[in-house]
Design a protein around this ligand. Structure first.
Ligand code: SAH
Ligand code: SF4
Ligand code: F3S
Length: 438
């Protein structure tokens, strides 16, 4: 009987990308993929540890899989950032876990499984080889239209709140020729949206034998023939150089949606966070981008309740959110990560204060999102069709270049195609439109 494998993914798009590679490795080993853990022979948890809540989720899932393991001997593998952070500790806590490995080590999955199966090892822990890159693999992505490419691994920024540089190691760029080739292959396979991934994409190219720039990479991918859209996450405001703005401005293939992580609007807090820009520099950058790339929509990540954040600092954050006008933001309460600088800073903020600030920030952001959404009314937007809407099967779900969701009536055969839609109704998060004839 064919053996079955399940891969459950937490965390960011980098993990989603690596899960696609893990799945391909498992298929190559002869496993059939299933989403049903009740019938699986080997379960992978690809984990995140960016905030404290991530671990709670993982513990819950581990308990569930342990029960299946007791019934059918399912092997349990924990990969990803939480695995990398915990290493051997995870086996000490949960001795029913078979394999713990960091994502740079996923090329070693075949040997690790073999060691467990032939019982030459009771547990396998692989969290070193920091400089290793996950193997280049022609992964199949869940969506038929969207694929992602990791252009850098790791991070050198050491923002003081962040665990990522500790669990993902130093920044390493993939050579330009490989990336352009990979993008070309994906476009040839029919993918219509390519997302470039890295913790700080615009520092791409540093340290390569031939130093390259993110702007050149973008231009080279734009030059690939075909109708497709390019997105990237995340750029760092400090490194958002003019050459990158220029490439975006002159290439309609690059999405009119930029994620520009703010983190805080207070220059004082930004300094404590080691972000390398001030409130004024951030606002100036956002204004420059809007001016040079008409119609661009900006989104951000924002943290409230960083150590020593005062009401005044927080008001600075609200002020930037208001002035820049983010289409949407991802808003988080500061969460202590052991081993980071901020974890041992004086002046940690009470949970109640964090919650209050988060609510106030969310309510401001919602009102801005709502207002910006109204601007789409009556416009004709070129959208990429994702497939039937999950909530309303009669409608197709699609996205604008600015990454706004548009629902409209149309035939399923339009999936994966670009079409023009006239926007008739605007809700905060969703637009409703009608298909236009070409
Ligand atoms: N490299 C990316 C993403 C890092 S993690 C970037 O720099 O944008 C995604 C987001 O999680 C961060 O942007 C930050 O807003 C948030 N985050 C990271 N560490 C956190 C912490 N300790 N507490 C709360 N939010 C955190
Ligand atoms: Fe973390 Fe900062 Fe690196 Fe992003 S840039 S991964 S927030 S250290
Ligand atoms: Fe989480 Fe690791 Fe991504 S900590 S956010 S999965 S880089």
């Amino acid at each position: 009987m064919t053996k079955k494998a399940t891969v459950i993914t937490y965390g960011c798009q980098m993990n989603v990308n690596e899960s696609a590679k893990i799945k391909k490795i498992l298929e190559n080993l002869g496993y059939e993929l299933t989403d049903n853990i009740e019938e699986t022979d080997i379960a992978f948890l690809n984990t995140c540890t960016v905030r404290e809540g991530a671990a709670t989720q993982i513990y819950g899932k581990l308990g569930e899989i342990k029960r299946v393991r007791e019934q059918r001997g399912t092997k349990i593998v924990v990969t990803g950032c939480f695995a990398q952070e915990q290493g051997q500790e995870l086996i000490k806590k949960f001795n029913y876990i078979d394999i713990v490995m960091g994502n740079q080590n996923i090329g070693r999955i075949p040997e690790a499984i073999e060691d467990i199966e032939n019982r030459s090892a009771k547990h396998v822990v692989l969290t070193d080889y920091e400089d290793e890159l996950p193997p280049r693999i022609d992964a199949d992505f869940e969506s038929k239209k969207t694929a992602s490419i990791a252009i850098t691994y790791g991070c050198n920024n050491f923002c003081t709140y962040c665990i990522v540089p500790y669990v993902r190691g130093r920044e390493r760029s993939v050579p330009m020729a490989e990336l352009v080739e990979e993008a070309r292959e994906l476009v040839k396979k029919g993918y219509k949206e390519i997302i470039l991934l890295g913790q700080n994409v615009n520092s791409y190219g540093k340290g390569l034998s031939e130093e390259e720039t993110f702007a050149n990479l973008l231009q080279n991918i734009c030059d690939i023939e075909g109708d497709f859209i390019i997105r990237f996450v995340s750029p760092h405001p400090r490194d958002f150089t003019d050459d990158v703005i220029d490439v975006i401005a002159r290439n309609p293939k690059i999405a009119r949606s930029l994620h520009l992580p703010l983190q805080s609007g207070s220059t004082r807090v930004l300094k404590l966070m080691n972000r390398g820009y001030s409130k004024e520099q951030y606002i100036a950058l956002a204004e420059k981008i809007k001016e040079r790339i008409p119609g661009v929509s900006l989104t951000a990540d924002i943290i409230v309740g960083f150590p020593q954040e005062t009401e005044e600092d927080f008001i600075d954050t609200l002020d930037v959110v208001e002035k820049v006008g983010f289409e949407t933001s991802f808003m988080f309460m500061y969460s202590i990560r052991k081993g980071t600088k901020a974890a041992v800073m004086e002046g940690q903020i009470d949970d109640e204060v964090k919650k209050d600030r988060l609510h106030r920030l969310m309510s401001l952001q919602n009102s801005i999102s709502k207002k910006l959404s109204m601007d789409y009314e009556g416009k004709i937007e070129r959208v990429l069709v994702e497939g039937p809407s999950k909530k309303n099967k009669d409608m197709l779900s699609s996205r604008t270049s600015t990454n706004k969701i548009v629902l409209f009536k149309g035939d399923k055969s339009l999936e994966g195609q670009f079409v023009n839609v006239k926007i008739n109704e605007c809700k905060t998060w969703t637009l409703y439109g009608e298909l236009m004839a070409d």
